[in-house]
Design a protein around this ligand. Structure first.
Ligand code: NAD
Ligand code: UGA
Length: 458
């Protein structure tokens, strides 16, 4: 029996790997190949230790790999052999030239488009899965337009909404799948091919279609709205600390309004991850480009509040610990930007660790999955840094504990044991509000949550 669809994904990262694994898992009669210029990454996808830690992903990859899911370095032949090509290469913030620190750097994406043109000997459906500025599809169409003879390319937009740490569930049960296309006969035919793939496991009412520009823009806007909620609650956490209101109680009361909803209202040390900041800055840049300065500055403030929240957290630590951290040992619990991932891109822990080191504190970092990335992120930073897997060993002999990631295991730590092993007075800064503050205070800790009254013994 022949495999029904031949699908390629260019870019084997956090999105390309898991999203293609899910298609392979749900569509055993399709053949899915994922390629990347990064050879080590492809080797890792073919090994026992996948390059991305995601709960549940191992099982799916191992079930499909070698049967209908392949990871390959042969970009040239794979482009030629497949009919449907997803592009999920990285689109980071530009660090140079016009639009530096704001606009998306489209060099990887453009190189991919040129490769598709160069190596294709038959017509293809090309699907933008990366997050891109609105109107990118137009540029993609222009780059692909010199195709000769009967070769035609249809460009669709199909942004990915999965979150790290919950990718498998998000991909298996998405809130929606968005497909943007042009309205031509051939574009609508291409769109129906993509709908056919997703409808294997996603209910049709959750597969929505739109014009291609709405689709591109919706992805940026969805991330901007999510990040805005985090900045909104974090801004109020600062006010709570001044007024003895409690941010958890405020968030609950506000979130129970069904018009507002209770998700993304957890105050903390600010959002991290490779996308929120980059996508908002991308939106800000687009608004400025179109002369919408007021709109641009409205969204820019979401990023500013995020930075402010991290600075506030450091200032609170310094103030509580008598104005000096020099020579003090601080145990950083958690380095990943959120729980259940090894990803540390844009993690608030990077900035906070650098600031602690700048105050001449000694830091001992513990994280169940992200220590390797933490060491890469802090390589070359001056100061005394240790990396210790075991949180108990990491905390022993420290003056303070600083919780930076909401790993579930931190909720279950034996804080009595930890307290006994620490220098007194022992400080606990809960940057994620995940532990029982009253209990830890009663053990002897001086506890500093976010957006709540500090519980101290002074
Ligand atoms: P990533 O950096 O993990 O992966 C991108 C991969 O593309 C890298 O492995 C890189 O080597 C490869 N690549 C770059 N140029 C290439 C080329 N010319 N040919 C072949 N491979 C090439 O990035 P990611 O986190 O997977 O994100 C990819 C895109 O998806 C971004 O636009 C991002 O905004 C978006 N997105 C990410 C997430 C997420 O949770 N990480 C969620 C939704 C959307
Ligand atoms: C986010 C979006 O949730 C996804 O829909 C989107 O596809 C993805 O970005 C992307 O485009 O890359 P992700 O960054 O993986 O996913 O994780 P989130 O759960 O959104 O968390 C982002 C950050 O916000 C984390 O640092 C998290 O700790 C923080 N956060 C989240 C809070 O501080 N409070 C909250 O209530 C929620």
């Amino acid at each position: 029996m022949g495999l029904k669809k031949k699908i390629l994904c260019i870019g084997a990262g956090y999105v390309g790997g898991p999203s293609m694994a899910m298609i392979a898992y749900k569509c055993p009669d399709y053949r899915i190949t994922v390629v990347d210029i990064d050879q080590e990454r492809i080797d890792a996808w073919n090994s026992h230790v996948l390059p991305v830690y995601e709960p549940g992903l191992d099982k799916i990859v191992k079930k499909c790999r070698g049967k209908n899911l392949f990871f390959s370095k042969d970009i040239k032949n794979q482009i030629n052999e497949n009919d449907i090509i997803f592009v999920s290469v990285n689109t980071p913030t530009k660090t140079y030239g016009a639009g530096a620190d704001m606009a998306a750097d489209l060099q990887y994406w453009e190189k991919t488009a040129r490769q598709i043109l160069k190596y294709s000997q038959s017509s293809k459906i090309v699907i933008e899965k990366s997050t891109l500025p609105v109107k990118t599809a137009l540029a993609m169409e222009k780059i692909l337009s010199p195709a000769t003879g009967k070769i035609k390319f249809e460009v669709l937009s199909n942004p990915e909404f999965m979150a790290e740490g919950t990718a498998v569930n998000d991909l298996e049960n998405p809130d929606r799948v968005l497909i943007g296309s042009r309205e031509t006969k051939s574009a609508l035919k291409a769109r129906s091919q993509l709908i056919e793939i997703y409808s294997r496991w996603v209910p049709l009412k959750k597969i929505i279609t739109s014009n291609i520009w709405s689709s591109e823009l919706s992805k940026l806007v969805a991330n901007a709205f999510l990040a805005q909620r985090v900045s909104s609650i974090n801004s109020i956490s600062a006010l709570c600390e001044k007024t003895d209101a409690d941010i958890t109680e405020v968030a609950q009361a506000v979130g129970m309004d069904s018009r507002i909803g209770d998700k993304f209202l957890k105050a903390g040390i600010g959002f991290g991850g490779s996308c929120f900041k980059k996508d908002i800055l991308n939106l800000v840049y687009l608004c400025s480009y179109y002369g919408l300065q007021e709109v641009a500055s409205y969204w820019e403030n979401v990023v500013k509040i995020n930075q402010y929240q991290q600075e506030r957290f450091i200032a609170n630590i310094l103030h509580a610990m008598f104005g000096t951290l020099a020579g003090k040992k601080i145990c950083v619990l958690g380095f990943a930007f959120k729980a259940d991932t090894s990803d540390t891109r844009e993690s608030p822990a990077i900035y906070i660790s650098q600031k602690l080191l700048a105050e001449h504190a000694e830091i001992i970092i513990s994280d169940p999955r992200a220590l390797k990335n933490a060491a890469i992120d802090l390589a070359g930073i001056k100061g005394n840094i240790k990396y210790i897997d075991d949180p108990y060993k990491a905390a022993a002999g420290c003056h303070a504990l600083v919780i930076l990631t909401d790993w579930d295991l931190y909720r279950r730590l034996d804080f009595k044991k930890i307290y006994r092993s620490m220098v007194k007075p022992a400080f606990l800064f809960d940057g994620r509000n995940i532990i029982d503050h009253k209990k830890c205070h009663s053990m002897g800790f001086n506890v500093y949550p976010i957006g709540k009254m500090a519980l101290t013994h002074f």
